[in-house]
Design a protein. Structure first.
Ligand code: DQA
Length: 148
């Protein structure tokens, strides 16, 4: 079984009630369940996590090295601020797919720059929770996992 780390940054624990016009009505638990179903379909194992503490996210990235086959990350607001997350992702030597629920390019200018995109395999944004599913599907192709 190919194992992926799927990590979510700050305020994403509030999904469902947080700006639903922008982020939709699904909760993080809904998205976690969707990712669990997708992982099973694509023959992957997924560790799904969220934190509001940047150091914790960095620790998870560090321990993924050699243990996971890739990282799916929605860095949330840290996308636009964190050199540390970019450096940790590079140090992991793992392929990375960046996901955003909203289309950040239709939003405020400060959301147009991502520290992660330049080191990612690819970026999915604006497709809501389906973006996570698509990220997992792409990893299944990259890793040659077997669809169930
Ligand atoms: C987000 C977009 C970010 O700009 C924002 O800070 C978030 C969520 C998204 O999933 O659309 O918290 O990453």
């Amino acid at each position: 079984m190919k194992k992926l780390l799927l990590i979510n940054g700050p305020n994403l624990n509030l999904l469902g009630t947080r700006e639903p016009a922008t982020y939709g009505h699904e909760t993080l638990a809904d998205i976690s369940a969707l990712c669990g179903r997708a992982a099973e379909e694509f023959g992957l194992t997924v560790e799904f996590r969220q934190t509001n503490h940047e150091g914790e996210l960095l620790d998870w990235i560090h321990t993924a090295r050699g243990r996971c086959a890739g990282i799916v990350i929605n860095p949330a607001a840290w996308t636009h601020t964190s050199v540390a997350i970019r450096d940790a992702l590079v140090a992991s030597e793992l392929p990375v797919i960046e996901v955003h629920l909203s289309n950040v390019h239709r939003r405020e200018a400060f959301r147009h720059h991502s520290y992660v995109s330049g080191i990612a395999v690819g970026v999915i944004c604006g497709l809501g929770s389906n973006g996570y599913r698509l990220g997992l599907e792409h990893f299944a192709h990259l890793l040659g996992a077997h669809h169930g």
